[in-house]
Design a protein around this ligand. Structure first.
Ligand code: HEM
Length: 414
């Protein structure tokens, strides 16, 4: 799957995992690779880099903020890493809480998930690859008030559910924007054509933002941004960011976790645990995951859709016995670091070394983590709550994309 998405990157992830993974001598794997810079697949070293904001930056060459500044303008630099970032994160902390994420998923998705459930129960097939794109596209339309050709969504709120075609179109636009970052493994400098193409897409995606920011009710994301005191520029920046950060990643994790559960046979364990829990309900401590949430965490660990996280070195620093110089770059091979822990097990307990490295760490830790978890959990419930195992009828991996995933993953009851 990694090879279909980005053949060269798959090589880096696989070789890097072997060469730059955790070491017995405790010095941690950190290696310099010509053309890439420093590379690590050690979760402890990765977290050390991500949480050291005095020596590493997301806006320097090698970080994703560097890409965005070229597309959106230099004001992004402050929004991404300066005092503006701190301010933005403080204000937006409550945008995606567990409760608001659950409400979002429930509102935007329940009809489509119910359809999938009844199709499977009736012996039909469901293409989880497509379903994930429709669901995520729908989420983005309702979050960002993206105007749709059918006029199904208005930023104002309480409106009809966008059509599948509108949702797929929104998803594809987000995907096009993300694909601009495809060639950035060696350098995050964009060509003039790439910048122009990206600006056009951002303008298209955020067309509905000014109106939503002014008029949307406060139970909508754009209305909440206004209420939290975010200006129009910040809200537009945040909206573009959500679109890129939260579309392909979520859809990838949803379909790949489904495939993993079937392929590894772990769906039988999940079904057993679900049945046990129904027979003997347990009282859980606050924050302790239930059986599906546990499988979601495992799915995120093994798939790690953001397979690489980049940073620029902003000041000379010693890490894992190496000296990194200002101006160099570091690639954290998140997928290799997380997947290295072991194979997918629906009931694997929390792993301390990786924690939730699939969502990053430190001040840029994924803002949409609660939403992503709620999205994957909602899909797994729809597919397995009835207690019947599934089989994969056919599948096709996506080719030449930033985030590995399924174009098609057709499932039916086994
Ligand atoms: C399975 C799904 C997802 C994965 C694996 C994922 C992963 C990540 C990672 C690794 C980062 C840190 C990047 C860095 O440090 O350079 C990040 C940041 C971010 N993510 Fe997610 N993400 C997912 C879903 C979402 C969703 C659904 C949203 C929102 C709708 C979202 C919004 C963001 C935002 C806004 C940031 C930037 C935070 C900042 O720089 O302060 N993500 N994500």
């Amino acid at each position: 799957m990694l090879a279909a998405a980005r053949p060269a990157m798959a090589g880096v992830l696989l070789a890097g995992g072997a060469l730059a993974g955790p070491r017995r001598d405790g010095r941690g794997g950190l290696r310099k690779v010509p053309g890439l810079g420093w590379v690590t697949a050690d979760p402890t070293v990765g977290r050390r880099v991500l949480t050291d904001h005095r020596h590493f930056t997301i806006v320097g060459e090698g970080g994703v903020g560097h890409l965005w500044a070229q597309i959106l303008g230099d004001w992004v630099l402050d929004l991404f890493d300066g005092p503006g970032h701190h301010d933005l994160r403080t204000r937006s902390r409550e945008l995606f809480t567990e409760a608001s994420a659950a409400a979002l998923v429930d509102g935007a998705w329940s009809a489509a998930l119910d359809d999938a459930r009844s199709t499977l129960a009736a012996g039909g097939t469901v293409d989880v690859g497509r379903l994930a794109r429709v669901l995520v596209g729908r989420m983005m339309i309702s979050l960002l008030g993206i105007p749709t050709p059918g006029g199904a969504s208005s930023p104002g709120g309480a409106d009809a559910v966008p059509s599948d075609d509108d949702a797929l179109a929104a998803f594809a636009t987000g995907e096009r924007l993300a694909s601009i970052a495809l060639g950035s493994a060696g350098s995050t400098y964009l060509s003039a054509e790439q910048v122009a193409a990206a600006r056009e897409i951002v303008a298209e995606l955020t067309r509905g933002v000014p109106d939503g920011w002014r008029h949307a009710p406060t139970d909508r994301l754009l209305g909440r941004c206004r209420e939290l005191g975010l200006g129009l520029e910040e809200t537009t920046g945040l909206a573009s960011l959500l679109m890129v950060a939260g579309t392909e990643t979520s859809a990838s994790a949803m379909a790949r976790t489904t495939a993993l559960l079937v392929d590894t046979g772990e769906q039988h364990r999940l079904l057993r645990l679900l049945a046990d829990e129904r027979a003997r309900p347990v009282v859980r401590a606050a924050g302790e995951p239930d059986v599906v949430e546990n499988a979601v965490r495992e799915g995120l660990r093994v798939t790690s859709p953001a397979s690489v996280i980049g940073r620029g070195v902003s000041a000379d620093v010693e890490v894992a016995g190496r000296t990194l110089r200002a101006g160099e770059r570091v690639m954290i091979l998140t997928w290799a670091a997380n997947a290295g822990v072991g194979p997918f097990r629906a009931d694997r307990p929390y792993v301390r070394e990786t924690r939730q490295l699939w969502f990053g760490a430190g001040r840029h830790l994924c803002l949409g983590a609660a939403l992503a978890r709620a999205e994957i959990a909602a899909l797994l419930h729809a597919l397995w709550d009835d207690g019947a195992p599934l089989r994969v009828v056919s599948r096709r991996a996506k080719r030449r994309v930033l985030v590995p995933g399924y174009d098609e993953l057709v499932v039916a009851r086994a």
